[in-house]
Design a protein around this ligand. Structure first.
Ligand code: CU
Length: 344
């Protein structure tokens, strides 16, 4: 009799400790919606390779919650504190990012990961009243190359049959360039450094701790994640980018075992920059102003994921619902994230 009880206990314990590919964690909803990372572990010895593409589109300026057209954006800078947009105002921006994401399960409870970023940033502008190349004309600047590299470990805090609670011990390494110059804005008259949002990295080591909770049901899964991005100290240009806090909640609904759809709400808070790059005067353009970087954004995410013979395809469209920005900044209209991944 006691042997039977022992055998049953053994089976129950074995089932409970296999949080790997089978059962609830091997379906189309095994990863969070496409824009998120740090939500899942891998089995010991298992690798994951992912290619991910993001396109964020920003059109028009916003001061607080109020939208401003291009001429109003230039006019706003004449009386703002500090005065800005005398040289130019941004009018829209396309921020693309190619990402290569590697994960490897080290133990049952620890997965290492690294992510290489290749941003490609294009910004359109209108020239302001003090620009030697003539007010009211337009120009475009572009920057691309390596961004900052994300590395970290995901640690299991708690799991049972249908719950996972993970801690993200993550950070970033300043591999992205933060000081390139251009003479395009002034029509060749003056060489100036690219303003803050045109730069490829933060220039600092950043701590990126986060925590994720996921719960699996027969019909889908629910997840919630707090993720941060916190620069440590200042970079060699004597500034640091803002702190970032992202609070996400999502629900993924299984259409079949290999197909799911998701809905997500993201709260994003950013603080303003600290310090100042001495080569980026506030009066020239609003994207040079350290106190015009913070704000709050509420995003919606509408996603789908499909498992096709071991390949996971994950896509998400992210319209902005509400934005309240410090000073004047380009508003975010929408983002699109798509990824392919495979574990082996
Ligand atoms: Cu993975």
């Amino acid at each position: 009799m006691s042997k039977v009880v022992l055998a049953i206990c053994f089976v129950v314990v074995s089932l409970n400790s296999s949080y790997g590919h089978d059962g609830l964690r091997g379906r189309a909803d095994k990863h969070a919606p496409a824009a998120l990372i740090g939500d899942h572990l891998h089995d010991p010895g298992e690798w994951m390779v992912e290619y991910r593409y993001m396109n964020m589109y920003m059109d028009g300026n916003r001061a607080g919650t109020q939208r401003l057209n291009d001429t109003d954006a230039v006019a706003f800078g004449a009386t703002s504190n500090p005065v800005t947009n005398r040289g130019a105002s941004p009018t829209n921006m396309t921020h693309e990012m190619h990402m290569v994401h590697l994960m490897r399960g080290m133990t049952e409870d620890v997965t290492f990961y690294a992510m290489l970023m290749l941003p490609s940033i294009t910004m359109d502008h209108i020239r302001g009243p003090m620009n030697p190349a003539g007010p009211g004309t337009s120009f475009t600047t572009h920057n691309s190359g390596f961004g900052d590299t994300t590395i970290g470990a995901l640690l299991r805090l708690y799991s049972d049959e249908d719950d996972d609670l993970l801690f993200n011990l993550g950070g970033s390494v300043p591999t992205g360039d933060i000081f390139r110059t251009t003479s395009i804005p002034t029509g060749g008259a003056v060489e100036q450094p690219l303003p803050y949002p045109m730069r490829l990295g933060s220039g600092t080591f950043n701590a990126r701790p986060g925590v994720t909770w996921k719960r699996y049901f027969e019909f889908g899964s629910f997840g919630s994640q707090l993720q941060t991005d916190l620069p440590i100290g200042r970079n060699y240009r004597d500034y640091s980018v803002g702190d970032e806090f992202r609070l996400n909640s999502w629900y993924s609904h299984l259409v079949g075992r290999n197909l799911s759809t998701s809905i997500r709400i993201e709260n994003l808070w950013r603080t303003n920059y600290d310090g100042a790059d001495p080569m980026t005067p506030d009066a020239v353009i609003s994207t040079n102003v350290e106190s015009f970087r913070g704000g709050y954004t509420l995003n919606l995410g509408l996603g789908a994921a499909a498992l096709v013979s071991g390949h996971l395809l994950n896509v998400e469209f992210i319209p902005m619902l509400h934005q309240d920005l410090d000073g004047i900044q380009l508003e975010t209209d929408w983002s699109l994230v798509a990824s392919w991944s495979r574990s082996f």
